[in-house]
Design a protein around this ligand. Structure first.
Ligand code: CDP
Length: 791
């Protein structure tokens, strides 16, 4: 941004610009119960839809009898896969170039799969009618893990796909195999680790839902949808339902959390749209908790076999690993086309690792589809967890202090831009400084003394470190697309005659506070107070095209577009200022909120006066108005860095572990709203705690989901959640217009390894090397008492 040069520049923080912790403007409606969620949308003549789901994990459908359901008064439509097939809608494409059943026709492939749906006058009738549908199944053997999927004689799950002879969904490879093998041949020490990152669920408070309203007079389809990416949904609906895109309007009103769960297009949405077309009435579908937990995009479920080549003095020579993902019945991740296992190869980006090689394979199983980027940039969470667990195991194998081992391998400040072993180019950072701030804050050396003393008394204290940089802000359009659509973003800015402004963005908030922070970027660029700017999003008829909000890409991409459009507005305002001040444009200087004449500071005009002139007093030949838009294609991802350190005490009698202290140091470049940034970090560390401590979804041998309700799948409350002590380091991104890097997911990505490393450190005297998450008391107790790893 242009520096403020005059003496009358506004105080940026006071008017709500960068660095201001202005309170969240959206909270005014949320805390008064005036939010507007899909459930709140009621249209005249609206009908209600419910879905019948499969009780079995794998079964052939022999027959479906809907006659009893049709006979229930108030039922308007009973839709089966066969009926959907008549409109070519029994199957739909996924965001990973696979197909997914909308309503099952041939087989059911996971428990909870959509089999039929009913539309009725109210949701209770619809639910009763679902129960009245009689489906005859012929059970097939279920496959509930990748090992079973490749076992000889395993039943073929995706027999619907021509040419699919096994249960492999994809294979992928990156890095330098020969170079890596050569480095391993030179190693003094080879450290090995096997891990599983369990299936977890984003579990937003608001489940999925839609109100589809097809107007058969105008041909216009309006869908109210709780989505993180309304523009992608519009394009997908146009392609799937073969409807003209200009007659589709997707409105995402307030969204009660997304965390990656609300990026995909789900069968329920397609059914609601089809039911509205068939009944010519608005149709509302609101998913229940079990529906959300059992059928929508889960996160993780990845296995890792890893090796690290090391010198005796603690230098990493190479890494190699094989990752196996359990995709469920359909390969339905939303991720950039080129990268079959997301950005897992961003692992080891913060360490100076000369060479590496990754192989990956995804498996179909009889489980719900997903593998979505749950609060992360496409499997980056798994990557960073594996990386940091490997770092700790390697330090242990070397008999080296874990902080010192990281210090010897972290990329130094003078190495940027730094090419990672798997081809990324990281932009900037002060990794060693962040680590030191964290170590000082936790009192590392003192803790080691305390730990040694405690061990003498049989007490198990541990300290865990997690340091990582992650790629936030896909894309650039050369490398990143979803279904061929490039991952740029956009902003449109309208400044009204009185200097009040409306900013429209293609991103979509789900709780991150974009209405607050995106106004702050405009304030920074134009000096218009943030309270005079309203931010609009989530309506495809009224906002410019954008790829949506996930992977912490809003600030890096749409935030950059916002700065760029504000600069276009300022360029035009400068011409207006020159006209008003009767000087040439070259003689006009800018300070925050005001243009003035060079050498005559007191002669100036405010941005508001320029805005009025744009509508009332423009120079001859100038187009009236003060509006513009910008599409931003980022030159690179932004690379924030984080250092998380936990101290814990494990109770050897019960296996329960308590967090004693937790220190977080985040460097996300320039912070737009420090309060919101801290809130994002605390939320992420809470989710990380839940995953490491209490949360996972598992399936029994028959493919029944354990964790299909919130009695089994635990959400942390304030009571369990530890307190967090947060610190900051600021290294601006060199390529982002305001130097900001993404932050929304850093803590969820880097947090789990800090907790697990701390518990493993506490258990080191027992010889235990790994316990797979979640670190439930029985697992920890078992490990502590047997000295055996628990997987
Ligand atoms: O894409 P998403 O909004 O989930 O993630 P983000 O871009 O990292 O932003 C999360 C929230 O933190 C937004 O309200 C951002 O504007 C804010 N933020 C900030 O104030 N400063 C930063 N350097 C990064 C994000």
């Amino acid at each position: 941004a242009e520096p403020a040069t005059g003496s009358q520049a506004l105080d940026e923080v006071k008017i709500g610009g960068l660095g201001s912790s202005r309170p969240r403007v959206e909270d005014a409606r949320f805390i008064r119960g005036r939010g507007n969620y899909v459930e709140d949308v009621t249209l005249p003549g609206m009908l209600h839809m419910e879905i019948l789901r499969s009780p079995l994990a794998h079964a052939r459908i022999k027959s479906i009898d809907t006659s009893a359901a049709w006979a229930i008064p108030g039922v308007k439509l009973v839709l089966t896969g066969e009926m959907a097939a008549q409109r070519n809608l029994a199957w739909m494409p996924t965001l990973s170039y696979d197909t997914q059943a909308v309503l099952a026709t041939d087989k059911v492939r996971f428990q909870g799969q959509e089999v039929a749906c009913v539309v009725a006058e109210d949701p209770y009738i619809a639910k009763d009618a679902c129960d009245a549908i009689v489906v005859e199944y012929e059970a097939l053997p279920p496959i509930v893990n990748p090992e079973q999927a490749v076992a000889p004689g395993a039943p073929l799950i995706r027999d619907d796909k021509a040419g699919q002879a096994d249960n492999v969904a994809y294979q992928w490879e990156v890095g330098d195999k020969d170079g890596t093998d050569a480095a391993f041949a030179q190693a003094d020490v080879v450290s090995k680790l096997r891990l599983h990152y369990p299936r977890s669920h984003p579990s937003p408070i608001e489940n999925c839902g839609a109100v589809a309203d097809f107007n058969n007079a105008t041909g216009k389809l309006t869908v109210y949808l709780t989505s993180q990416a309304p523009h992608i949904v519009r394009a997908a609906v146009a392609l799937i339902a073969e409807l003209p895109e200009h007659l589709i309007r997707i409105i995402s009103p307030d969204v009660g959390g997304g965390f990656g769960n609300k990026v995909p297009v789900y069968p329920g949405y397609v059914c609601a749209i089809l039911c509205s077309i068939l009944t010519a009435k608005p149709v509302k579908w609101i998913e229940d908790n079990t529906g959300n937990l059992s059928s929508t995009g889960f996160g993780r479920d990845m296995y890792l076999d890893s090796e690290m080549a090391l010198t005796n003095d603690g230098k990493i020579l190479a890494v190699r690993y094989h990752a196996t993902t359990d995709q469920g019945a359909f390969y339905a991740d939303a991720q950039p086309t080129k990268f079959k296992i997301g950005l897992v190869h961003s692992s080891f980006a913060c360490y100076d690792v000369p060479v590496g090689h990754i192989t990956a394979q995804g498996m179909y199983t009889n489980k719900a589809p997903g593998g979505v980027a749950y609060r992360c940039s496409f499997r980056v969470t798994e990557a960073m967890f594996f990386q940091e667990r490997m770092m700790q195991a390697a330090a242990d194998d070397l008999g080296m202090d874990q902080a010192e081992f990281r210090r010897r391998n972290l990329v130094r400040d003078d190495q940027f831009p730094y090419r990672t072993p798997f081809g990324f180019l990281t932009d900037s950072g002060q990794y060693l400084k962040c680590l030191q701030v964290g170590l000082d804050a936790i009192g590392y050396d003192d803790f080691l003394v305390e730990q040694a003393e405690a061990r003498k008394q049989g007490r198990l204290l541990g300290i865990g470190i997690s340091t990582m940089t992650e790629p936030l802000g896909a894309g650039n359009s050369r490398e990143y697309d979803i279904l061929g659509i490039k991952m740029f973003d956009s902003a449109e800015l309208r400044v009204h005659p009185t200097g009040k402004a409306v900013l429209k963005i293609g991103a979509q908030t789900q709780g991150q506070g974009h209405e607050t922070t995106f106004a702050q970027i405009v304030t920074h660029e134009l000096g218009i107070p943030a309270t005079d700017i309203v931010v609009e999003h989530g309506d495809t008829d009224h906002t410019p095209f954008g790829m949506g909000t996930y992977a912490s890409r809003s600030t890096p991409v749409a935030g950059a577009a916002t700065a760029m459009v504000a600069r276009k507005i300022r360029a035009k305002a400068r011409k207006l200022a020159a006209h008003l001040l009767e000087v040439s444009e070259e003689d006009v200087e800018w300070e925050l909120g005001r243009f003035f004449v060079r050498g005559a500071e007191s002669r100036g005009v405010t941005i508001q006066e320029c805005a009025m002139a744009a509508y009332s007093n423009m120079p001859d030949g100038m187009e009236p108005g003060l509006e513009n838009n910008a599409y931003y294609d980022p030159p690179n991802l932004t690379w924030p860095f984080a250092c998380y350190i936990a101290t814990v005490e494990v109770d050897p009698e019960t296996g329960v572990w308590d967090v004693l202290r937790f220190v977080g140091v985040d460097d996300c470049g320039v912070r737009i709203n420090p309060m919101i940034v801290e809130g994002q970090i605390m939320g992420g560390l809470t989710e990380a705690y839940a995953i490491s401590n209490m949360q996972f979804q598992t399936y029994d041998v028959d493919g029944n989901l354990v964790g299909a309700n919130y009695m089994d799948y635990l959400l942390p409350t304030a009571w369990e959640t530890p307190g967090f002590e947060l610190h900051e380091v600021v290294t601006p991104s060199p390529h982002h217009p305001i130097g900001a890097k993404g932050v929304g997911e850093c803590a969820a990505v880097g947090g789990p390894a800090a907790y697990v490393n701390a518990v493993m450190d506490a258990l080191r005297p027992t010889g235990v090397r790994n316990i797979d998450m979640p670190l439930l008391p029985d697992r920890v107790w078992h490990a502590a008492h047997t000295g055996q790893d628990v997987s």
